[in-house]
Design a protein around this ligand. Structure first.
Ligand SMILES: Nc1ncnc2c1ncn2[C@@H]1O[C@H](COP(=O)(O)OP(=O)(O)OP(=O)(O)O)[C@@H](O)[C@H]1O
Ligand SMILES: [Mg+2]
Length: 359
C-alpha cells in the first residue's frame, strides 16, 4: 500500500481539531499537547492533563487516537498521559479567561439567556423540569449550563447521573458535562451525601463563586434550579443574575398555587421578569386503560398564570417514567422521548425559548 508519509504538521493539524470534552477548546490551543514523535507510520503523542487522575482522561485519549488513526499513512498511535506543571495549568487558566479578579459573566450584555426555575413549595418538580429542559435545549444544538442552586437539598447530580467531582483548574471550577449539559452543583464539591450546613456569609460566598468561579464559557442558556421557597438562596441568586427570567412551577392544587404565588411576588420584589408558569403533575393517564385522571383537581397552573398575567408554558403529566428516569440518572426526555411527559417538556421548552427570543 503506498500512502503519503505522515508528518509532524499533519498530526498537529489533526490534533488542533480535537477538543477537550469539558473545556470545549482545541487541546492544542489549551497547551495540552506535549511531545509529538513521528517515525514512519508510528505516531507517539504525549498529552498533558490539567490534573492528575483527570476523570476524562480515557475520553481524551480516545479522541486523540481516533483523530490520528484515520490519517493516511498512520500505522500505530501511542498516546501517553502526563500532568501539566503548575505553570502550564496557570497559563491554561489565564488563556480561557480566568483572571485573578472575576466578576459575574452574566450581565445584561452577556449572550446567555438565564432562566431560573422557582416555586414557593418543595417537591413540585422544579429539579426534574430543569434537568429535562436543559437536555431538550442541548439536543436542539444550544450550549446549555445548569446551575444547581439548591445547596441544601441538591438533586441535579443524581438526576443527571453524575457521580464524580468537578475538575478544578487552579481555582476555576470546570462544569461537569452530562447529557450535553454543563452542570455545577454543590454535590460535585462535597465528599459524601452529608447535608451541607451554611451560615449566611458562607452561603453568599458559595453562590457567588458558583457564578463567577465556574468556567461557564458563555452558554446560550443557563438554567438555574432554585431551592424550594423564597429564602436567602433565591434572593441571592436573583441578585447575582440580574438578567434572569423566572419560570414558576406549580401543581394543579389550589394550595400549591397559593404558595407558587409567593415565588411570583419574590420575582417582583427582586425585579425579575416572569416568563410563565409550568404546571406539573397535571393529570395521570392509566397505562392499561388510557383513562385520564385529574389526580389533583384544580387547574392551578392556568389560574396562576392568568393571575400573574403570563402564559401557561406547559402542563406536564404525572408519569412514573419521569420519576424512575430521574432516579436512574437519565431524565425522561432522554430515556423515553416519545412518552407524553417528554413530549410535554419539549413543548414547554419551545414555549420558553419563543417567549424569550428577542423580538
Ligand atoms: N411529572 C412527574 N411525574 C412523576 N413524578 C414526578 C413528576 N415530576 C416530578 N416527579 C417526582 O417528584 C419528586 C419531586 O420532584 P423534584 O425533585 O423534581 O421536585 P423539586 O420541586 O425540585 O423538589 P425540591 O423542592 O425538594 O427541590 C421526584 O421524585 C420526581 O421524580
Ligand atoms: Mg429540587
Amino acid at each position: 500500500m503506498s500512502t503519503s508519509p505522515v508528518t509532524h504538521d499533519t498530526v498537529m493539524r489533526a490534533l488542533g481539531d480535537v477538543h477537550d470534552p469539558e473545556l470545549h477548546r482545541s487541546i492544542v490551543a489549551l497547551g495540552m499537547v506535549g511531545e509529538v514523535r513521528v517515525e514512519g507510520g508510528r505516531v507517539g503523542i504525549a498529552i498533558k492533563l490539567t490534573v492528575a487522575g483527570c476523570p476524562l482522561k480515557a475520553e481524551i485519549q480516545r479522541r486523540v487516537s481516533a483523530a490520528i488513526a484515520g490519517l493516511p499513512g498512520v500505522e500505530t498511535v501511542h498516546v501517553t498521559l502526563d500532568t501539566m506543571t503548575d505553570e502550564e495549568r496557570h497559563r491554561l487558566r489565564t488563556g480561557i479567561g480566568g483572571g485573578p479578579k472575576r466578576t459575574s459573566p452574566f450581565t445584561d450584555d452577556s449572550p446567555t439567556t438565564v432562566i431560573a426555575i422557582a416555586s414557593g413549595k418543595g417537591g413540585v418538580g422544579k429539579s426534574s423540569i430543569t434537568a429535562n429542559l436543559a437536555i431538550v435545549l442541548a439536543r436542539r444544538g444550544h450550549s446549555v449550563g445548569l446551575l444547581d442552586a439548591d445547596v441544601y437539598g441538591y438533586s441535579i447530580p443524581r438526576m443527571m447521573g453524575v457521580h464524580r467531582p468537578a475538575v478544578m483548574v487552579d481555582d476555576l471550577m470546570i462544569p461537569v458535562e452530562a447529557h450535553g449539559v454543563r452542570l455545577m452543583s454543590i454535590g460535585f464539591l462535597t465528599e459524601d451525601d452529608s447535608p451541607v450546613i451554611w451560615r449566611g456569609p458562607m452561603l453568599h460566598k458559595a453562590l457567588t463563586s458558583f457564578v463567577t468561579d465556574v468556567f461557564w464559557d458563555d452558554p446560550d442558556y443557563l438554567l438555574v434550579d432554585l431551592p424550594p421557597g423564597t429564602g436567602d438562596v433565591s434572593l441571592t441568586i436573583a441578585q447575582l443574575l440580574p438578567a434572569a427570567a423566572m419560570v414558576i412551577v406549580t401543581t394543579p392544587q389550589v394550595t400549591a398555587q397559593r404558595v407558587a404565588r409567593r415565588a411570583a411576588s419574590m420575582a417582583t420584589r427582586v425585579n425579575l421578569p416572569i416568563v410563565g408558569v409550568i404546571e406539573n403533575m397535571s393529570w395521570f393517564i392509566a397505562p392499561d386503560t388510557g383513562t385520564r385522571y385529574e389526580v389533583f383537581s384544580g387547574g392551578g397552573g392556568a389560574a396562576l398564570a392568568a393571575e400573574i398575567g403570563v402564559p401557561l408554558l406547559g402542563q406536564i403529566p404525572l408519569e412514573s417514567s419521569v420519576a424512575t428516569a430521574g432516579d436512574d440518572g437519565l431524565p425522561v426526555v432522554a430515556a423515553a422521548p416519545a412518552s407524553p411527559a417528554a413530549q410535554a417538556l419539549e413543548r414547554a421548552a419551545t414555549a420558553i425559548t419563543t417567549a424569550l427570543a428577542p423580538a
